[in-house]
Design a protein around this ligand. Structure first.
Ligand SMILES: Cc1cc2nc3c(=O)[nH]c(=O)nc-3n(C[C@H](O)[C@H](O)[C@H](O)COP(=O)(O)OP(=O)(O)OC[C@H]3O[C@@H](n4cnc5c(N)ncnc54)[C@H](O)[C@@H]3O)c2cc1C
Ligand code: FES
Length: 1239
């Protein structure tokens, strides 16, 4: 949080910022508060920190400090914020673990009228109902009825907050007029104290940019390597922050932040009659969705306008709203219009080099004038728009005759473009359908989108160009109260399903430390003596021979110590299939070739740019599954399972459908990127490795073989991991081993921390999948034969691709009993970074194919998909396709309970009613069952060990083989130990996971971490308790401390190893049978969505968040050369707080335990992911409704993620057809609109 004295309002302004974009010099005169300054577990926790932790708003905790600071800043400005302000404050923060709901719940405890319960506004708690329903007396005590106990919370006391430093206040009240100059190595920062000095400096250094928010300059400097030797900071010039209200408009200083602009506009809107505020309302609409709060706090109006980004959300509205720019130079002042010529950067319409923008004048709108803003992005917030628009129409008074019309689009060319000619031709026309028809054709003609338009998506954008126009047409029509009747949406069913949290919600052990910033992640370990930094050199070619590597220039740079190459590896360079460093040949862009070691991270990164690698391109270059099939390029043999006789079955069915399903990959996007610190010790080749991994034993083993030293010399430590999701199972060993080679060669500790771009470039993610199905069924929906063939894109190395393919095939049948089945799967070898383990391990992709078959069968039978699902589901005790016996009883209970709790049937009726009444908005609903097998299909993975020490003061140290990834495994292990030893949790502690205390661990993955490690901890505790029993019996009134003391006196060992020899899993692929999984978890999810058929935007009402991201927004994009484009949160969209369901109910079936787990543990880590697909199928349901109404075929190709682009284009209508025809013939197309459209 930055706090500054505002020279105009004379108040202190507190605002949250994105720290990495804040130039340190811009903080002159400002106070900075970080999470450490807000509160501490050592002194006093701030209520924000306490509540986020106690509300279970932290898992891995990596995002928590950011969340705390956003909330804290909100509370510094609004003691009792509204829920809307809360959402806005958190809109710019990302979390990959929690799904946001608990974070939001903690924030709501500060809001006006919050009761901390899901049933907002009813004054009751949903849990009360549960208690009333329960006849069992002990249920109340078993199940905690609240997520958190509000009474425990400290009150928020504003008198306890840090004050703005008096010294800074004095400085602000008597501002220094002197020009301040900060000299850096490459940049000089000049901050004049007066406007006159600024103008003189601008005349002297016309090339020097003015730096305000740095949100445009900063990213350009980083991404495009632009550098500016001189930067002029106008932050101290109060004239640039002035706001003036006049009778005809508003003048806003260029230095005002977008957040301030939002406040000014809101204020003006509340003061002025509505007709005068049309432009302000349109700007406000975009200001709510432009970036996140932190960026809006930093970005200035002037910087926004002058940057003239083609995607600018404000410029199209300012342009149609006739805004004027007030410029100033030493010569004086002048005004220029913010019009198309200015936006295109024409010299005659632009600022002169010595001029600056002082302020912007935005006129009021007038009676009979309407202004609207439109925007479509991959997500509602925190995403640059694909396309946006500003539109304004002025009618001749009292008529519907167009007197003036302006339309401007962003995202369609290199600058904001105006449809000026079209608008001119429409002057004098009446606002009716004929005009709209003509307008669509004219605009499509004028706003031409070349195939090379920024961001691609050309057909989608063309469709939106006319869809926005149509939306404007309807909106204005409504305003004119002429043709269109306003349709009020039916309210959602008020019935709320019950909520039933499992067990006791114990706060995450590190929750408070996450919230105060005191939790230590790998890179928080302070610099150790003589430490060096490593940066990786990666391939820029997808498939090429390495001809030469020249690092002489890199070695000449100051502070550069060495370059680590394959020659420096004393042992093995990975495996034949998975090399640590590329040798002679590279197989993908992003493959690691060598590494630079330098004294600072900045120098190491600079040095890698100086390394010259010459390549000779090799053929073939394969990126897609389709190409791999063509070239017969596979990583491993086909995996196949078969039952019954599908050939015969296909001959006897009523109908057969064949189809294809495409599912895109997914980036793990763990908040903490890959990182490792290797410390070589002075003796016996020992190494200490601190690493962010799900599998320290694998890192240890790989380092051992790479360095050719025994495993016992290497100790890997994992304190906590900032999210893994499978991405930290295999890859950390590669980074650990390369860093270890550097450490051994240089004799220095080596720190290797990937930035987000490199992490996304180098490490693969979830396997994209291409599936083909053929399904034979009877007219009543009973499926008799199913043949599925799946191809996953494994990337260039084997990694886990064979295992993923096996899991995919084993789990493909999901919840259905189909007698004649054939499943085949192959992992394709392509020239992309190797894909790897990811939550669900193939299940979320494969099962989408199965469920798509169901949807296709439903469409052909004319039945709702849920009927087909029910008909084909397992009904009785049975065997799976691989002949493992199981009972579907729990599955059926889940299905029935979900139908009932979601009021599915009445919702289905409401959805149909809604769809009948709405042409441009459609709702969809889907209910999806899930049978998910937990665990690994290999026996050696089903084991775990633990080490429990009791010290003489009675305190207990627990160590086990699981890693804390945010799932709270340490908390769960202490719950186990606490129950077994019968001591409170405060007696227990877990320090870290270390290969020295518990050896030969298995990866914390496959949803069984708590199951197996819990049993090992239980075993160790039971051994210890048995040893203590004689003493307890002898002195039953004694305390724990008495028994421990006596045991020590009697030489009884107070340390025990626990071991769990788990499930014997096997799978015979030759015979196609086995017992690969210890147990199943079942789930059913129901989701309801609403889509906007004109833009493709969807509003989600129920799903699990990461799965929802996979199936709806997260899209990896590559260049034709195989370079990953989507390498940051700018291009790759994980769900944000604004994407979470409006209503999200989760319930767990009580008494559905299996003897193979411990207490109430359930392998839920991965399975929830797939349930997010119910959102996808609900979207498909809505699209199908739209297509039915438009007489388009219902069996459209299924493509995941169902991004707004996919959805819009699938809702085929006259606009998509128009664009299509336009592209085909580039000639005039006439179409007619039905008379009864409602919107
Ligand atoms: C994460 C992120 C998300 C974003 N999302 C969106 C979005 O959704 N929609 C959208 O429209 N935009 C978005 N933006 C862009 C953002 O709106 C602009 O970067 C911002 O408004 C620029 O303002 P600034 O003060 O940071 O400019 P700076 O980076 O400080 O300066 C930008 C340019 O403006 C010039 N300049 C600044 N002030 C003056 C002046 N008074 N006179 C003359 N020249 C001047 C500078 O010389 C410089 O060339 C996003 C940016 C980021 C970083
Ligand atoms: S708790 Fe939010 S990213 Fe892990």
């Amino acid at each position: 949080m930055v706090s500054k004295h505002d020279p105009v309002s004379k108040k202190i302004r507190h605002f949250s910022v994105t720290a990495c974009l804040v130039p340190i010099c811009s903080l002159y005169g400002a106070a900075v508060t970080t999470v450490e300054g807000v509160g501490s577990i050592k002194t006093r926790l701030h209520p924000v920190q306490e509540r986020i932790a106690k509300s279970h708003g932290t898992q891995c905790g990596f995002c928590t400090p950011g969340m705390v600071m956003s909330l804290y800043t909100l509370l510094r400005n609004h003691l009792q914020p509204s829920e809307e302000q809360l959402m806005e404050a958190l809109g710019g923060n990302l979390c990959r673990c929690t799904g946001y709901r608990p974070i939001l719940e903690s924030g709501k405890t500060f809001c006006v009228g919050s009761n901390g319960c899901q049933q907002k506004g009813t004054g009751k708690c949903c849990m009360d109902q549960r208690e009333n329903l329960s006849s069992s007396l002990d249920r109340k005590s078993d199940i905690c009825t609240e997520l958190f106990a509000k009474e425990e919370f400290q009150p928020l006391d504003p008198t306890q907050e840090l004050i703005f430093p008096p010294e800074l206040l004095r400085m602000a009240e008597n501002p220094e007029k002197r020009t301040l100059i900060f000299y850096g190595e490459r940049v000089t920062w000049i901050s004049p104290g007066t406007l006159q000095d600024l103008l003189e400096l601008k005349a002297k250094y016309p090339e020097a940019p003015l730096i305000l928010g740095n949100t445009s300059l900063g990213p350009a400097m980083k991404a495009q390597g632009r550098s500016y030797p001189i930067l002029l900071s106008p932050a101290r010039i109060s004239e640039l922050s002035v706001v003036m209200k006049t009778s005809d408009g508003l003048t806003i200083g260029a230095a005002c932040s977008l957040a301030q602009v939002k406040d000014f506009l809101t204020e003006s809107i509340s003061e002025l009659p509505e007709e005068k505020t049309q432009t302000y309302q349109a700007l406000l609409k975009h200001l709510r969705s432009l970036a996140g709060q932190q960026i809006r706090n930093m970005a200035s109006l002037g910087g926004h306008i002058i940057s003239r980004h083609c995607y600018s959300d404000l410029n199209p509205v300012l342009a149609v709203g006739n805004a004027t720019l007030n410029l100033r130079s030493e010569e004086g002042t002048r005004q220029i219009p913010l019009n198309e010529q200015f936006l295109a950067g024409l010299a005659s319409a632009d600022l002169k080099p010595e001029e600056i923008l002082e302020s912007v004048y935005i006129p009021h709108s007038q009676k009979w004038e309407f202004v609207s803003a439109f925007r479509q992005a991959q997500c509602p917030q925190n995403a640059l728009p694909d396309i946006n628009a500003g539109m304004r129409v002025l009618f001749k008074e009292g008529t519907d005759i167009i007197e003036d019309l302006s339309i401007a689009y962003g995202g369609v060319g290199t600058a904001t473009v105006s449809a000026h000619k079209s608008c001119q031709q429409l002057l004098g026309r009446r606002w009716n359908e004929l005009m709209l028809d003509e307008a669509c054709r004219l605009v499509l003609d004028e706003v031409s989108l070349p195939g090379s338009a920024p961001g691609g998506k050309v057909e989608f954008k063309r469709t939106l160009v006319v869809s926005f126009l149509f939306k404007f047409y309807l909106k204005v029509l409504q305003e004119l109260k002429m043709l269109v009747r306003l349709f009020s949406m039916p309210r959602v069913d008020s019935h709320q399903p019950l909520q039933d949290p499992v067990g006791r919600p114990i706060m995450h052990l590190s929750g408070l430390k996450h919230a105060t910033g005191e939790a230590i992640f790998c890179d928080d370990i302070p610099r150790v003596d003589k430490e060096l930094f490593m940066a990786l050199v990666t391939s820029t070619r997808a498939h090429a021979k390495i001809i030469s590597i020249d690092f002489s220039e890199a070695l000449e740079l100051p502070e550069v110590v060495d370059v680590i190459t394959v020659e420096d590896i004393p042992g093995t360079n990975g495996t034949e299939d998975d090399k640590l460093l590329a040798v002679d040949e590279v197989l993908c862009v992003g493959q690691v070739i060598c590494a630079v070691v330098a004294e600072t991270d900045v120098q190491a990164k600079r040095a890698i740019e100086k390394i010259k690698i010459t390549y000779e391109d090799l053929e073939p270059i394969i990126f897609t599954v389709e190409d791999a099939i063509k070239h017969n390029s596979f990583l491993c043999p086909e995996k196949k399972l078969e039952q019954g006789n599908i050939k015969e079955a296909f001959e006897k069915v009523d109908q057969i459908v064949e189809g294809e399903v495409h599912i895109g990959g997914q980036e793990h996007f763990y908040m903490e990127t890959q990182r490792v610190l290797v410390i070589p010790k002075t003796e016996d080749k020992e190494l200490d490795i601190y690493v962010s991994t799900q599998d320290p034993a694998h890192v240890q083993k790989t380092v051992s073989s790479t360095l050719n030293i025994p495993i016992n010399r290497i100790t890997c430590h994992v304190k906590r991991v900032g999210g893994g999701f499978g991405g930290k199972v295999g890859r950390p060993s590669v980074f650990g081993a390369i860093a270890a080679v550097g450490a051994v060669k240089t004799g220095h500790p080596i720190r290797l921390v990937l930035d987000r771009e490199d992490d996304m470039l180098i490490t693969g993610g979830r396997h994209p999948l291409f599936g083909k199905y053929k399904v034979g069924f009877m007219n009543n929906g009973r499926i008799k034969a199913l043949d599925i063939e799946c191809y996953v894109n494994g990337g260039c190395m084997l990694d886990d691709s064979e295992l993923v393919t096996e899991f995919l095939i084993l789990k493909l049948e999901n919840a259905y009993k189909i007698h004649n089945l054939r499943f085949r799967g192959r992992a394709c070898k392509t020239n992309l970074p190797s894909n790897t383990a990811f939550r669900g391990f193939g299940f979320p992709q494969g099962t989408l194919v199965t469920e798509s078959c169901i949807t296709a069968v439903a469409a052909k039978c004319g039945l709702p998909p849920e009927k087909i699902r029910e008909k084909n589901m397992y009904k009785t005790f049975d065997k799976t396709i691989y002949k493992q016996a199981f009972s579907p009883e729990t599955l059926i209970r889940c299905w029935n309970e979900c139908l009932e709790k979601s009021s599915f049937h009445s919702r289905r009726r409401q959805v149909e009613e809604f769809n009948k009444k709405n042409y441009w908005k459609k709702k969809g609903i889907a209910i999806i069952p899930m049978k998910f097998s937990v665990g690994f299909a290999a026996t050696s993975y089903h084991q775990a060990a633990a080490l429990v020490h009791i010290y003489t003061d009675g305190s207990v140290l627990v160590t086990h083989g699981g890693n804390e990834l945010g799932q709270g495994i340490h908390t769960k292990m202490l719950q186990v130990a606490s129950r077994e030893l019968k001591v409170p949790m405060s007696y227990l502690h877990i320090c870290e996971t270390s290969t020295a205390t518990v050896p030969n661990t298995i990866a914390t993955a496959a949803s069984i971490g708590a199951d197996v490690n819990g049993r090992a901890v239980q075993n160790a505790c039971q051994i210890l308790l048995k040893r203590l029993e004689p003493n307890i019996k002898k002195n039953p009134e004694g305390t724990w401390e008495d028994w421990i003391e006596a045991a020590f006196e009697q030489r009884i060992s107070l340390s025990a190893t626990g071991y769990f020899r788990g499930y014997k899993a096997f799978m015979d692929w030759e015979k196609g049978e086995g017992d690969p999984f210890p147990y199943y978890v079942y789930g059913v999810a129901c989701s309801e969505v609403e889509i906007d058929c004109l833009t493709g935007a969807h509003k989600i009402e129920g799903a699990f968040i990461q799965g929802m991201g996979l199936y709806t927004t997260e899209e990896l994009q590559y260049s034709p050369e195989g370079v990953l484009y989507s390498r940051s949160s700018d291009e790759y969209k994980i769900p944000t707080i604004t994407d979470i369901p409006e209503e999200f109910n989760v319930s767990l079936l009580p008494s559905s335990q299996t003897p193979l787990t411990i207490y109430s543990s359930k392998g839920l880590g991965e399975s929830g992911m797939f349930l997010g697909s119910s959102v996808f199928f609900a979207i498909a349901d809505a699209v199908a409704a739209a297509r039915r109404e438009r007489d388009a075929a219902e069996d459209f190709t299924v493509k995941s993620p169902a991004t707004p682009e996919q959805v819009r284009m699938a809702c085929a209508d006259r606009f998509t057809e128009m664009v299509w025809n336009y592209s085909l013939f580039s000639s005039k197309v006439i179409f007619l609109f039905p008379a009864s459209w409602t919107y």
